[in-house]
Design a protein around this ligand. Structure first.
Ligand SMILES: [Zn+2]
Length: 292
């Protein structure tokens, strides 16, 4: 573990009943995180920059915005969405109220609108006004921000957001840190490419990079190093291997779901996240659908 990382308190996890506690944790060179309810928010505050990554839910977005406004009078330059899921975007209208732009991968607005339609939400979601296909880069103040899309993984619109000068990267839900992943097949999830995305990210970043994860568990937290990316890809590989072995051996989907998964006992189940059995069924569905 990085020496710089070891000195951080383990981030608060939001399992408390009712409205969870919220806190701001600085990481490096003006980049930090805000935790409350939903996916981790990252922020950048410099003399000439205010950027947020993800917006959680309206209530916690309001708390986050109030906290950011205490730290800087600057209007927000960009609100970035790592992907479309509601626990990362439902607070867009609040946190991004004075943002000059909301930014996301090109597939995100449509996925967000479709999810809102399906849930029969009363209000249309606030979606990105700037999108990109593969790479988006811009200087904001004295920081350079680079967004990368390496193809479908957790959804069909996952960005990696790299604050290059700080060398801090928000992975969104590409990493569920020691926690069973949510694999969103209807939104274009692809576990085979997800593994490739994590391996590519491992190679593009360095040992110095500090990573922020959308979700973690109480022991391992939501910050880490690039070794976590390989562990996450090992988890996805194990799911796929167990499913393909089961199919080879003529097992039913229910028998495969009961196979278990050795080596990932530290993983927890929480919220919308499926456990091992649920994820084995999801990968079975994915793999057999691909074969058809
Ligand atoms: Zn997600």
């Amino acid at each position: 573990m990085l020496a710089a990382l070891a000195s951080f308190p383990k981030p608060l996890q939001s399992f408390a009943a009712g409205f969870p506690p919220s806190n701001f944790t600085p990481i490096r060179r003006g980049v930090g995180i805000f935790e409350s309810r939903g996916g981790t928010i990252a922020w950048l505050i410099r003399d000439e920059a205010l950027v947020a990554v993800d917006s959680q839910f309206p209530e916690s977005a309001a708390v986050c915005l109030t906290g950011l406004k205490k730290k800087t009078a600057r209007p927000m330059d960009f609100l970035i969405n790592t992907h479309h899921h509601g626990d990362h975007t439902a607070g867009n209208a609040i946190l991004g109220a004075d943002a000059q732009h909301i930014l996301a991968h090109a597939n995100v607005p449509a996925l967000q609108l479709r999810a809102a339609e399906r849930s029969e939400a009363a209000d249309l979601p606030k979606v990105a006004d700037i999108t990109y296909e593969e790479i988006w880069e811009e200087s904001v103040g004295d920081e350079n921000i680079r967004l990368s899309y390496f193809g479908p993984a957790h959804t069909a619109g996952d960005s990696i957001v790299h604050f290059q000068e700080a060398d801090v990267a928000h992975m969104g839900d590409l990493v569920f840190n020691h926690r069973h992943a949510f694999i969103d097949l209807p939104a274009g999830a692809d576990t085979r490419n997800w593994i490739a995305v994590l391996e590519r990210a491992y190679n593009e970043f360095t040992e110095n990079t500090i990573f922020i994860y959308g979700h973690g568990n109480p022991t391992h937290g939501i910050l880490g190093t690039r070794e976590d990316l390989l562990f996450m890809s090992d988890y996805l590989s194990a799911l796929r291997q167990t499913v393909s072995d089961g199919i080879r051996d003529g097992k039913t989907v229910d028998e495969i779901a009961e196979s278990g998964l050795d080596g990932f006992e530290s993983f927890i189940v929480n919220g919308s996240t499926n456990g091992i059995a649920g994820n084995l069924k999801t990968v079975y569905e994915e793999v057999t659908r691909t074969v058809e």
